[in-house]
Design a binder for this molecule. Structure first.
Ligand code: ZN
Length: 189
């Protein structure tokens, strides 16, 4: 899931005006960005669901550090504290919350592969509501998040001092990025 996360970030921008949009976009996929080098280093990995090609929603994701509940909370807390140094406390709290929102959104779509503790310490049960078992439903939720987020962003940007045309262009670009990431995700790229 990338598009759904972007949609949420766009929606957050509509009421957290002082936080730059790029920072919210980065924060919303921050756990996945940290996941990439760990994936390359074989510390975290993805296995296709048995009997599938490993396309959209067909992965068992062993991101046992970045996507563990405690790991996500720690990453969100540290990122929020760093952001607070640049943009102040309130914006830092918003960034931290957006970083953690990634785990909550992933929780809805992931098959039960998200551990509670880093490295799945103590072998506690893994969690995930498994919406990815119904790919079109999951994709529809992602698209809905993107549409709602983009509309919220556009409406709030239009009502501020920002020139209406710029707000419309940014909203359109976000909508396009959302559509593109969803299309790539569905194509299994
Ligand atoms: Zn993720």
């Amino acid at each position: 899931m990338i598009t759904g996360h972007f949609g949420l970030a766009a929606g957050v921008k509509s009421f957290a005006r002082p936080v730059p949009l790029w920072a919210l976009m980065l924060a919303t996929v921050w756990l996945d960005i940290i996941f990439v080098p760990l994936l390359a280093a074989h510390i975290e990995h993805i296995d296709p669901v048995p009997g599938t090609k490993g396309g959209y929603g067909e992965g068992i994701i062993h991101a046992d550090y970045t996507h563990s509940l405690l790991g996500a909370l720690i990453i969100a807390g540290v990122t929020g504290l760093l952001a607070a140094r640049w943009w102040g406390r309130r914006s830092g709290a918003v960034i931290g919350a957006v970083v953690f929102s990634h785990w909550l959104l992933d929780l809805t779509v992931h098959r039960a592969d998200l551990p509670l503790l880093p490295g799945n310490l103590g072998h506690l049960p893994r969690v995930g509501f498994g919406l990815w078992k119904y790919p079109w439903l999951a994709a529809s939720v992602e698209a809905a998040l993107m549409i709602i987020g983009t509309v919220l962003y556009w409406r709030s940007a239009r009502s501020t001092r920002a020139p209406g045309r710029r707000a419309a262009v940014t909203a359109a670009v976000m909508g396009l990025v959302g559509a593109l990431t969803l299309a790539l995700d569905l194509a299994g790229i």
